[in-house]
Design a protein around this ligand. Sequence first.
Ligand SMILES: CC(C)(COP(=O)(O)OP(=O)(O)OC[C@H]1O[C@@H](n2cnc3c(N)ncnc32)[C@H](O)[C@@H]1O)[C@@H](O)C(=O)NCCC(=O)NCCS
Ligand SMILES: Nc1ncnc2c1ncn2[C@@H]1O[C@H](COP(=O)(O)OP(=O)(O)OP(=O)(O)O)[C@@H](O)[C@H]1O
Length: 318
Amino acid sequence: MAGMAVGCPPLAAQDPIRASPGRAGGAVPMTMPQTAPARPASPTLRPEHRTSPDWIGRQAARALILEVETWPKPGLVSHIDTGAHQDMDAALLRLSARTLEPYFVALAEAGAADAGMDRLRLIGLEAEAAMRQATGNVNTHRGAIFGLGLLAAAAGLAGACAWRRPLGILIAARWGGEITAKPQEAASHGGIVARRYRAGGAREEAAAGMPSVYDVARPALREGRRLAAGDEEAARVHACMALIATVEDSNLLYRGGIDGLAFARAAALRFLRDGGVGCRHWRWAAKAIHDDFVARNLSPGGCADLLAMALFTEALES
Ligand SMILES: CC(C)(COP(=O)(O)OP(=O)(O)OC[C@H]1O[C@@H](n2cnc3c(N)ncnc32)[C@H](O)[C@@H]1O)[C@@H](O)C(=O)NCCC(=O)NCCS
Ligand SMILES: Nc1ncnc2c1ncn2[C@@H]1O[C@H](COP(=O)(O)OP(=O)(O)OP(=O)(O)O)[C@@H](O)[C@H]1O
C-alpha cells in the first residue's frame, strides 16, 4: 500500500480545523501551507502493517464495541441497559458493529486509492443498507458509519502517502469541500434539525476535521485516565461527558429541542466541574444523569459516535 502512486492532498494554507467550511464559511484552500497549522504537531501514524485496510476495519469495529461497553453514558445504550432507546440494545449494537467491519475495510481501501466523496458515499450507503438488514431496520450506527467511515478512508489514504498528521486534518483537506457542497438531506432527523436550528451536525463536524474528536474527546480521555488511575471505562465516561458538554448533537436537538440540548450540556458540565471521574462517587453521579436523560427521552447519539471516533484515532495515531 505504501508503494502506491497516490499523492496526498497538499496541506491547507491555513489550519483546516480553524478555516474549514463548517466553521468559517469558505472552501478549504488546497495550496501548500505558508505557516504551520495551529493544531499541535502530529501524532505520527503507526507502522505500515498496522495501517492495512483489514487492520483499520478491525479497529473501527473495535471502537464501536468499546463505546457500547461503557456505562453510564447518559441516555445511551450500553451493556448494562438500553438508556432512552426502545428499539436497540447492546447485542444489536455489537451485531451492527461486526456487520459494518467489512465496509470499514472497503472504505480504507477506497481511501488508499484516493477515492472521491462519490465513491465513499456509495460504500457508506451500502453499509447503511447492510446495517438495516442485520438489525431489522433499526438505525444503530448511521452517524457512526459516516464519521468512522471517513476516518477509515483517511487512514487508508494516510498509509498510501505517508501522511503524518492527524486523520481529521486529512478528511478536511481531501473531502471537506465535497462534504459541504452536498445538499443536506431534507427528511433525515439531522436534516430537519439543520433547518429548524441551523445546526451543522455530523457533516459540519467532518468537514471541519473532527474538532470534537481532537480538541475535546482525546484530551478528556487522557484526563479521565489520569483522574481514575488508568481505569479505561472511567476515561470513556469522562470523554463522553466532555463531548455532551460541548457538542451541538443533532439527536439531542431532534428529541429535546433547544431546552433538551441545554439541559444535557448543563448536566454534563456539572459532572465535570464536580471533578468528573476523579470524584469518589463518580459512577453514581453519572448514573443519576443517565436516569435524568432517560426520563426526558434524551440520547446524545452523535457524542457516542464521536467517542468511538476518538478511540479509533487513538489506536491509529501514536
Ligand atoms: C451525513 C449523514 C450522517 C446524514 O446525516 P443527517 O445530518 O442527514 O442526519 P441523520 O439524522 O441521518 O444522522 C445524523 C447522525 O449523526 C450523528 N451526529 C449528530 N450530531 C452530530 C455532531 N454534532 N457531530 C457528529 N455527529 C453527529 C448522530 O449519530 C446522528 O444520528 C450520513 O448519514 C450520510 O449522508 N450518509 C450517506 C452516506 C455517506 O455519505 N457516507 C460517507 C462516507 S462513509
Ligand atoms: N450507544 C449508543 N446508543 C445510542 N445511539 C448511539 C450509540 N452509539 C452510536 N449511536 C448513534 O446514534 C444514532 C441513533 O440515535 P437515535 O435512535 O436517537 O436517532 P434516530 O434513529 O435518528 O431517531 P429516533 O429519535 O427516532 O430514535 C445512530 O446513528 C448512531 O450512530
